[in-house]
Design a protein around this ligand. Structure first.
Ligand code: 5U1
Length: 706
């Protein structure tokens, strides 16, 4: 079964000819899968690692190297289905570097050979797409070709013509003949939307935007390519006739822009080693906020005269390097799959991984979402899996390196009973999630319900984190959210007196903390109806739905008495959510918890004494001056909480969305705003500061009092 040699263990100096041949074959297979089939078997980082191992072996044994070695060609071979195109000037690849030391060596090399001319560089983001050459004759696009092996590529003219970012006709002072090189790529939002649709319709789901771009460009039917959200950035002039070109790389890019050809806006001229280092750091920081994947920066000597003096090696220019970021995808071993039970009983499989450094953090867990995802990935315990982590995004398993299997891998068995309470696990037809049927007798569901109840957008009771809630549920001090309100300092003191093992000691609650917790609980007793409804954790009732319900019903009793048919008369209430709401309030246990939450302590020993503030009257009478507009909130606001800002905007009739699109009226950006702010800038959507928002609210007497 296992055709792989122990490649992890190969020492280049001791490698046998057999190891070398096997490694060559593996790289050829991976290369074909990547370049020709657009279906990579391993992450790029793994390919790079094996490629560098092959280079090391070849340095020790030059006598083994043949012209067909993967190191002896620039890219992949041209596919048969497209007409081959011989590039007039080869499409070069570019030398990679991975460390600060290699950058210093590059800068020192340039300084040594060019003196002061080497001080100025054109620094560019390295887009993770597909390199193409596009030819314009007398300003008209006449041919586009992929890189192929650098000398011969594939004619993809019909497909490239469908990319709206690529002009079919140049404007301005264009040369008679222009061969422009650049990257075709798929923006992240387009990629996400494409995959979402593909998942829903059972179509082809792409592994990453690069693959999506490559797969789309290599469609034989240009009508299919036209439907894919591809775009293009130029980065080099390969050849030009009949025009005097500017003397620097940066000015040439600006010249291309003047012809109507898109160039990346983050391109910049920087000075010296420090400038190169700062640019790399800035791009690394910006990387998660961009709407496209970049895998490093390209650093080019800016002066074309200096570039010409340095020339090329057999494979790459001497005047440029690609300084790559740490990989966002890595291979690691799947050690086990655990099953976590959430607030509504949904059972989520979680992959336990051999810790691996990826996307700037060590990852040892990744969600597997649900049973269907396990089937889709055909993942097995013991597999080498591709872990992907980009920016702050939760790590995902992007795929399995199937060819690494040796037959010892074990299938993942989805449990039929809850791992926490032993109740049956059920899967409702048409739903992706499997659910534990234990309700609040299940400690996992109880813990999650309590955490939801105390959370910021619900009852906002500070200080009840995972650990304390786990202790209280484990010690049977809490059986429902109502029990929070009858907790005494003594209940918390039990935890103080019994710290137990060193692990439990970390959960020790001090006297001051205990007093603070009790105070926080007391302070939560007065709450707007919408937040209380949200806190109950009814399935599919998020903050917006809770507000919708609270605006309509003057009291909780009215809502509790509503039948599904009545609920469905409200805006945005569908059959499913109406049924969930009615089911929730019909359940005797839930009715009892609500009764206790609202009972006055002086009348009921176990009453929590929560007072609900009706919002219906206030909302019903208010004018809706922002009706029809959509706002997006991002970053941290200092004078009011995000949910408060949201509720106030909604009160004025605005919709508040979670993501930025062309339909967004404005984005309110607080401290440390990230990708939503970047997207707004890209789409030219007005951006409001916190101050602007307060001024807007103040116009309607809604600004919070300070
Ligand atoms: N941004 C950028 N990417 N990229 C890739 N510039 C750039 N230049 C390249 C390549 C292969 O090659 C030139 C140095 C010829």
């Amino acid at each position: 079964m296992n055709t792989m040699p122990r490649l992890d263990a190969v020492d280049p100096q001791r490698a046998s000819a057999e190891d070398y041949a096997a490694l060559t074959q593996v790289l050829e297979r991976y290369g074909r899968a990547y370049y020709v089939d657009d279906a990579p078997l391993v992450p790029d980082s793994e390919y790079d690692r094996l490629y560098h191992l092959l280079e090391d072996i070849e340095r020790c044994h030059p006598e083994w190297v043949t012209p067909s070695s993967p190191t002896q060609r620039v890219g992949g071979t041209a596919a048969q289905a497209f007409t081959p195109v011989t590039h007039r000037v080869p499409l070069m690849s570019i030398g990679d570097i991975f460390s600060g030391e290699e950058l210093e060596a590059f800068s020192a090399r340039m300084l040594e050979q060019l003196g002061s001319e080497a001080l100025e560089y054109c620094a560019e983001p390295k887009l993770d797409g597909l390199a193409v050459s596009i030819i314009y004759e007398n300003g008209i696009l006449t041919r586009a070709a992929t890189r192929g092996d650098g000398k011969v590529g594939e004619d993809v003219t019909a497909n490239v013509r469908t990319i709206k970012a690529v002009p079919l006709k140049l404007r301005g002072n264009f040369p008679q003949l222009l061969d422009v090189r650049g990257e075709v790529y798929m923006p992240r939002d387009g990629f996400a939307a494409w995959n979402e649709r593909a998942r829903a319709s059972g179509g082809k789901v792409f592994v990453n935007p690069r693959n999506a771009a490559a797969g789309s460009l290599r469609q034989l039917n240009p009508q299919i390519t036209a439907q894919r959200p591809l775009t293009f950035n130029a980065y080099y002039i390969g050849w030009a006739e009949g025009a005097e070109l500017p003397g620097t790389q940066y000015d040439r890019l600006q010249y291309l822009k003047s012809l109507g050809i898109p160039v990346n806006p983050l391109v910049k001229v920087v000075k010296g080693l420090q400038g190169l280092q700062e640019y790399y750091a800035a791009m690394q920081q910006q990387r998660p906020t961009l709407n496209y994947d970049i895998d490093g920066v390209v650093l080019k000597v800016n002066s074309i005269r200096a570039q010409e003096r340095l020339g090329f090696t057999a494979k790459v220019p001497r005047w440029a390097v690609a300084y790559k970021f740490p990989p966002e995808e890595m291979l690691t071993k799947l050690l086990a799959v655990d099953f976590q039970v959430g607030r509504t009983g949904a059972v989520t499989p979680v992959a336990r991984l051999q810790p691996v450094y990826v996307g700037g953090a060590t990852v040892s867990n990744a969600t597997l979402h649900n049973e269907d995802e396990i089937r889709r990935l055909d993942i097995r315990i013991g597999d080498q899996v591709i872990v992907r982590r980009a920016g702050d995004v939760i790590p995902q398993i992007a795929g399995v390196a199937v060819d690494r299997r040796d037959g010892t891998e074990q299938p993942v068995v989805f449990p039929t009973v809850c791992p926490e309470c032993g109740s049956a696990i059920e899967r409702v037809a048409g739903e992706a999630a499997a659910r534990c049927t234990g309700g609040l007798i299940c400690p996992a569901q109880l813990r999650q319900s309590i955490l939801h109840f105390v959370s910021r957008d619900a009852m906002d009771i500070e200080g009840f984190g995972d650990r304390i809630v786990e202790e209280l549920v484990g010690a049977r001090k809490i059986h429902s959210p109502a029990d929070l309100y009858t907790l005494s300092k003594d209940d918390l003191a039990v935890l103080m007196l019994d710290p137990g093992t060193p692990e439990r000691r970390a959960r020790f609650v001090g006297a001051v903390t205990a007093a603070k917790l009790i105070r926080n609980i007391e302070n939560s007793r007065q709450v707007p109806l919408n937040r209380f409804i949200y806190a109950l954790g009814i399935r599919e009732v998020g903050q917006a739905m809770a507000l919708n319900l609270a605006q309509h019903y003057a009291s909780l009793n009215d809502l509790m008495a509503a039948a599904p048919g009545e609920l469905m008369q409200l805006p945005d209430v569908g059959e499913c959510v109406a049924q969930h709401i009615a089911d929730f309030f019909k359940e005797p246990h839930n009715r009892e918890v609500i009764r206790r939450l609202l009972a006055k302590p002086e009348e009921d020993l176990f009453g929590a004494g929560i007072e609900l503030i009706s919002v219906a009257a206030e909302y019903a009478s208010a004018e809706k001056p922002l009706e029809g507009s959509t706002y997006v909130l991002t970053g941290t606001l200092s004078s009011l909480k995000r949910h408060e800002a949201k509720a106030l905007l909604q009160q004025l009739g605005a919709a508040v969305a979670g993501s930025v699109s062309k339909k967004t009226t404005a984005v309110v950006a607080g401290e440390a705003a990230g990708s939503k702010l970047a997207k707004a800038q890209e789409l030219n959507i007005p951006i409001l500061s916190e101050d602007d928002l307060l001024k807007l609210l103040a116009q309607y007497d809604l600004a919070p009092k300070t």
